[in-house]
Design a protein around this ligand. Structure first.
Ligand SMILES: [Zn+2]
Length: 275
């Protein structure tokens, strides 16, 4: 089991998150929807554990398997003790409950943000026709700092980030969904995050951290890396005396279209109204 490709990939991603300074202590969590046919033959899976009920039934996740980082576990330790810090869960035949099949060795549970992750997976599986398999949440310091220093909506946060590097409108043309502070682990924030994932690949929680989704770990990690760098550039430019030059909205749209993308119409419409 520990030689599976998806274990190797999550070890690399979690180590990168730690090295980037995004995952202090037990911060950050990762879930990957895995192909059960890749592991069904192993004798390491334990089908005797009790089911845990979810508040929301997620019918399109029925029978799916997920690789999930553990609650209270440190991402930086996954590379050293993968079986202690990770687990595999199975959804029941209705998408109403999950049980642990593997991992969390020595006692443990899936991340406390598991309901938010699973609701996000449900949305992304639906709208990507099953292509999107990864959800990452982590604490990116520059992006978090912006939410302390500035007032944002989804449109204004996205505009600021699009402006701070000319490849941003290509990397995240759908923008970054912005959620005002809500209690982490609550049903309210899980619902709001899932809702935002209908329109965006990235969702920012004010004063807390970012969520990203994608077809694989590289895609989701790359989205976070890009918005965090854009935030860093903004802070650096502001500290140099303020921003003097930036691409116009028309330029941002043109850059996106030049690479075959269309920036979010809702966001562009809102920004046009504002200007
Ligand atoms: Zn967090």
């Amino acid at each position: 089991m520990l030689n599976e490709k998806f274990i190797k990939e999550i070890i690399k991603t979690s180590a990168d998150m730690w090295n980037k300074g995004w995952a202090e202590r037990n911060a950050g969590n990762i879930t990957v929807r895995i192909d059960k046919n890749e592991i069904i033959a192993t004798d390491e899976l334990d089908f005797s554990n009790d089911w845990t009920k979810l508040e929301k039934i997620l019918p399109n996740l029925a029978g799916e398997y997920f690789l999930v980082s553990g609650t209270g576990k440190f991402l930086r330790n996954i590379s050293v003790f993968p079986k202690r810090n990770l687990g595999i869960i199975e959804m029941d035949e209705n998408g109403a409950c999950y049980r642990i099949l593997w991992g969390y060795e020595g006692g443990g549970e899936p991340t406390s943000e598991t309901p938010a992750h699973l609701q996000a997976h449900s949305v992304r599986k639906e709208i990507s026709n099953g292509v999107d398999r990864v959800v990452i949440h982590t604490h990116t310091p520059n992006l978090i700092a912006l939410t302390y220093a500035r007032d944002f909506t989804t449109a204004t946060l996205t505009q600021l980030l699009w402006e701070m590097h000319v490849e941003c409108p290509v990397v995240f043309p759908k923008g970054v969904g912005y959620l005002p502070w809500m209690m982490a682990g609550s049903q309210e924030i899980a619902d709001a995050t899932a809702d935002a994932f209908y329109k965006h690949d990235l969702v920012m929680w004010q004063h807390h951290g970012v969520f990203a989704t994608g077809r694989n770990l590289d895609t989701a990690f790359g989205l976070i890396d890009t918005v965090e760098k854009a935030s860093d550039i903004y802070i650096k430019a502001e500290s140099l005396g303020g921003i003097k030059h930036k691409p116009s909205l028309d330029t941002i749209i043109a850059i996106s279209r030049n690479f075959g993308f269309e920036p979010s119409k809702d966001i562009i419409d809102e920004l046009r109204k504002k200007s």
